[in-house]
Design a protein around this ligand. Structure first.
Ligand code: NDP
Length: 441
């Protein structure tokens, strides 16, 4: 059914998913009988609302807020909030759709959702961000709850924004409950949640590499982005003996052939998380690095032209197009570990598959963040806080299990090492079983 003709990203995500699920239909005829595929692409509910807030000059500003409650078959809706000027219904529906199967893969009881706003946090003062977050939560609070829908962070939403939103919810409802994850450690957060997506990505790819008799030791890696996922991917890659030679932001690309080591990464964390500066400043601080400004006329990203063993796109959707994929393959790339959600176009996926490049798709590879969010929910329900070591061990176990399940599903229903098919199928099996069991809702 072509009901959302303008929703390019959502249709892309559904197309990729359906290409995999086609391989299941013969084995599970109930999927057709119960119209599971028709139902699973339709959000259970979408909330859209206006968000008025005052800027520092006392001027009224308006943004649009959203929450897509995609699927609650296996648990309360769960998924991040994105604050970025590009946010629209298509992007949030694609993210909520992907989130449904990702959450299933973690083995934890979480449904899928996603939300956010076209608010641009860049260049805004703390006061402006706080007033926006308070206004956004004033409406969102009616639609969420610890047993209903538990949002988290995503692009543009980190500890600062979660704190402001949590404070507003608490003030409105006079309840201290786990309605958001990614909270600060002093008010119900979980150890390892900030690290979880990046660390989990590196753990999952370690399992994938191990099965091929490979490791990270001495390998050169490309990372894109310089936000939460990029920072902790780089940190864990360094710890596992790899060398990371790139990062980026929306203004440009940074290449440092000598490696972004622990000390330089600490500089990036302060630059991006505290000073909220641009990655260009890194090249002024460290002369061995080269900075290439963004140029909208280019039809490729110079970051993916650099020769490396493994690549970890960790910025945003569709950041690797067909030309980028060809550049990576020509330079002998062996692994694509997707930190960002859907960072590759459908054409790029085909190029990697044809070239035999290992591809760890986002719904499996970046599931560590939501997995630890699930553990944060458990800790909040029990009113306790586990040690960093306990959470990290659980994260490692979950990522290993995800690898085992997507590998098994790929082998059973598709072809060995087709982890895109493996992740779509393994994630969908549990969701579809729960949807059938619960009748037509
Ligand atoms: P952050 O906001 O912390 O960082 C995003 C980074 O990507 C920044 O460097 C940003 O540059 C860059 N970026 C964002 N949009 C664009 C764009 N349109 N073009 C070029 N660069 C861009 O977000 P996260 O690190 O949290 O998220 C990154 C990706 O990982 C997203 O796809 C997200 O959905 C996914 N993800 C995140 C999880 C999490 O736990 N945080 C969990 C699972 C997936 P700039 O600084 O200039 O804005």
């Amino acid at each position: 059914r072509q009901v959302d003709p303008g929703q390019v990203e959502f249709i892309q995500a559904v197309t990729s998913f359906m290409n995999s699920i086609d391989k299941l239909i013969e084995d599970i005829p109930q999927l057709v009988y119960h119209k599971v595929l028709d139902r699973v692409v339709e959000p259970e509910r979408v909330v859209m609302f206006r968000v008025p807030w005052f800027d520092d000059d006392g001027q009224l500003q308006l943004n649009r807020g959203f929450r897509v409650q995609m699927n609650s078959a296996i648990g309360p809706y769960k998924g991040g909030l994105r604050l970025h000027p590009s946010v629209n219904l298509s992007i949030l529906k694609f993210l909520a759709f992907e989130q449904t199967f990702k959450n299933s893969l973690t083995g934890l009881p979480m449904g899928g959702g996603k939300g956010g706003s076209d608010f641009n946090p860049k260049g805004k003062s703390d006061g402006e961000v706080m007033r926006f977050c308070q206004s956004f939560m004033t409406e969102l609070s009616r639609h969420i709850g610890e047993d209903t829908d538990v949002p988290a962070g995503d692009i543009g939403v980190g500890g600062r924004e979660i704190g402001y939103m949590f404070g507003q919810y608490k003030r409105m409802n006079n309840k201290f409950v786990g309605i958001l994850t990614g909270k600060g450690m002093s008010y119900g957060g979980s150890y390892i949640r900030p690290e979880a997506t990046g660390y989990g990505l590196v753990y999952l790819c370690a399992a994938m590499l191990e099965a091929q008799g490979k490791t990270y030791d001495g390998k050169t890696c490309l990372v894109s982005g310089s936000g939460n996922v990029a920072q902790y991917t780089t940190e864990k890659l360094n710890q596992m003996g790899a060398k990371v030679i790139s990062m980026s932001d929306s203004s440009g690309v940074l290449i440092d052939p000598s490696g972004i080591d622990e000390k330089k990464l600490a500089y990036v964390k302060t630059l991006k998380n505290v000073r909220r500066g641009r990655i260009a400043e890194y090249a002024q601080q460290y002369k061995e690095a080269t900075y290439i400004p963004h140029n909208g006329q280019r039809d490729y990203n110079p970051l993916w032209e650099v020769k490396a063993d493994y690549a970890f796109p960790s910025a945003t959707q569709n950041e690797i197009n067909a030309k980028d994929a060809r550049n990576l393959v020509a330079n002998g790339i062996q692994l694509i570990g997707e930190g960002a959600n859907m960072p590759t176009t459908l054409e790029a996926d085909d190029i990697f598959t044809d070239a035999g490049v290992l591809q760890a798709p986002s719904k499996a590879a970046n599931a560590g963040g939501v997995a630890v969010s699930g553990l944060e929910m458990s800790q909040n329900s029990g009113r306790l806080q586990w040690s960093a070591q306990t959470v990290d061990q659980q994260l490692q176990g979950i990522m290993k299990n995800i690898y085992v399940s997507i590998d098994a599903a790929a082998e059973k229903y598709s072809t060995k090492n087709n982890f895109i098919d493996g992740a779509n199928i393994a994630g969908f099996l549990k969701v579809s079983e729960a949807m059938i069991a619960q009748g037509y809702v």
